[in-house]
Design a protein around this ligand. Structure first.
Ligand SMILES: Cc1ncc(COP(=O)(O)O)c(C=O)c1O
Length: 457
């Protein structure tokens, strides 16, 4: 399997040619899913005792399977949180795979981890956290949030032996991402959700804590604020929440998985004031920092606390901690052991383009949201649900029901024109179906926005 043959060389060239043409495609096919049975019918058996051959497998991928996926970087894919990796980062993702680097320990991954750490230093500098703060790249925001919660609980338990047998409590708000609740389940913690249609404030956090029975209050080990809610781009009152957490000695985590990229944007940086007081922060480079999947990051004010929670022990691992192998070991700061050096594509792209280009591309997302809002104000068929926040715009098509939004979404998607999904917005306790734009891709044009709005008439 390991000797290189002519077939391997041809296959490598074919793959590289395909990758190059996909990376340079300005308007990739949008793509849409098919039923599993239909896909099976189209491709037949692909895993067989003798193999179907690289050419056939690759053709099936190119002609059938890739078309049944959405090109997340399509300029008119404005649903959920899109992505728009730079060409440099995607190319270097190929290099990352080809280099076979094990990114758990410095002893094996030093050169790659060095690059990740250079990119991480820039990320940390955006947060304003004090000297000593540092982080690691994870598979995404969910695992970054989980890693931070595990570190928070460890501090709570190690600070007081009485907490060892207790089930911890996390306080967050209604706007928090689903992963916070899901990861609380993983670590068997309770979650208190503060109702907050807009930003969670320090005052409402304080009232929530004070309304809790003493026994419950003592079990609170973390507060999760959001800096850029997934639905609406709302940034919680980070200063206010920081001071409450400080007063009650509770770990303060900021989930900036989506919004974190905007820390680099001068026009909105002030909205994040207070993030520098966090104990931990999640930022996803695979969202608004133009990295390919998958690349999240968790940053700690005091990485030593995270190490106490995450460092794995085993006779086979002792050598990695030896003096002779000393260096930064990413495995010690998040839940994964064997890991891809997934920060490497970000490093290469940052090194190539410089941080100014990143700033400009992020500012463009914010600008596109303002442009969309202006177009919505001028269009009699639609209206803003709220002012845009970061790069999210919520708007309604007057007179439409959920069915209308759904049919419109499917029609646009199936024709290969655009993917813009409806969401729900709660106002005065009542949910309404609305449409939502989330801008990440700087190649989205004003004409794209206009054409999508026109498709609602
Ligand atoms: C605020 C926030 N946190 C966490 C996540 C989860 O990130 P991931 O999908 O990378 O696990 C998301 C994803 O959209 C998010 O928007």
């Amino acid at each position: 399997m390991h000797n290189i043959s002519m077939d391997d060389i041809e296959m490598t060239l074919d793959v590289m040619k395909y990758a190059l043409s996909r990376i340079s495609a300005v308007n990739p096919e949008l793509g849409s899913p098919k039923k599993e049975d239909d896909l099976k019918q189209l491709v037949g058996e692909t895993i067989t005792p003798k193999g179907i051959g690289g050419e056939k497998a690759f053709n099936l991928f190119k002609e059938v399977l890739i078309k049944a996926t959405v090109s997340i970087d399509h300029p008119r894919h404005l649903a959920f949180v899109p992505a728009s990796p730079t060409k440099a980062a995607v190319m270097f993702d190929l290099v990352t795979s080809a280099s076979s680097i094990h990114g758990a320990y410095w002893m094996e991954g030093a050169g790659g981890i060095f690059c990740e750490n250079e990119a991480m230093r820039w990320l940390v500098s955006l947060t304003g956290l004090p000297y000593g703060a540092f982080g690691v790249f994870t598979s995404g925001g969910t695992t970054a949030n989980l890693s931070a919660m595990v570190a928070a609980r460890e501090r709570w338990r190690s600070g007081n032996a009485a907490n060892h047998g207790k089930r911890g409590v996390i306080i967050t708000s209604e706007g928090a991402h689903s992963s916070v609740k899901a990861m609380a389940k993983v670590i068997d913690a309770d979650v208190f959700i503060i109702p907050a249609e807009e930003a969670l404030t320090g005052n409402s956090l304080e009232s929530q804590i004070q309304s809790m029975a003493e026994e419950t209050q003592e079990r609170v080990f973390a507060v999760v604020a959001t800096a850029g809610t997934t639905n609406a781009g709302i940034i919680d009152d980070l200063e206010g929440i920081a001071s409450v957490c400080n007063r009650y000695n509770i770990w303060y985590h900021v989930d900036a998985a989506y919004g974190g990229g905007a820390l680099a944007a001068d026009s909105v940086r002030h909205l994040f004031n207070g993030i520098e007081k966090a104990d931990s922060i999640t930022i996803d480079p695979h969202k608004w920092l133009f990295s390919p999947y998958d690349c999240g990051a968790v940053i700690y004010r005091n990485p030593e606390q995270a190490k106490k929670a995450h460092a794995q022990e085993g006779t086979y691992l002792e050598i990695f901690k030896d003096e002779g192998a000393h260096g930064f070991n990413p495995a010690d700061y998040q839940i994964q052991l064997t890991r891809r050096v997934r920060g490497l594509p970000l490093w290469f792209s940052l090194a190539m383009h410089g941080t100014e280009r990143y700033k400009q591309a992020i500012e463009r997302g914010i600008e596109l949201a303002c442009i969309a809002a202006d177009k919505i104000r001028q269009n009699p068929n639609v209206e803003l649900v709220r002012e845009p926040s970061l790069s999210c715009v919520l708007y309604r098509r007057k007179g439409w029901s959920f069915e209308d939004y759904k049919n419109w979404m499917y029609k646009n998607h199936q024709s290969g024109f655009a993917l813009v999904a409806p969401t729900k917005w709660k106002k005065d306790g009542v949910y309404e179906t609305v449409s939502r734009f989330c801008f990440i891709n700087p190649d989205t044009t004003e004409d794209d926005i206009q054409a999508i709005l026109d498709s609602m008439s």
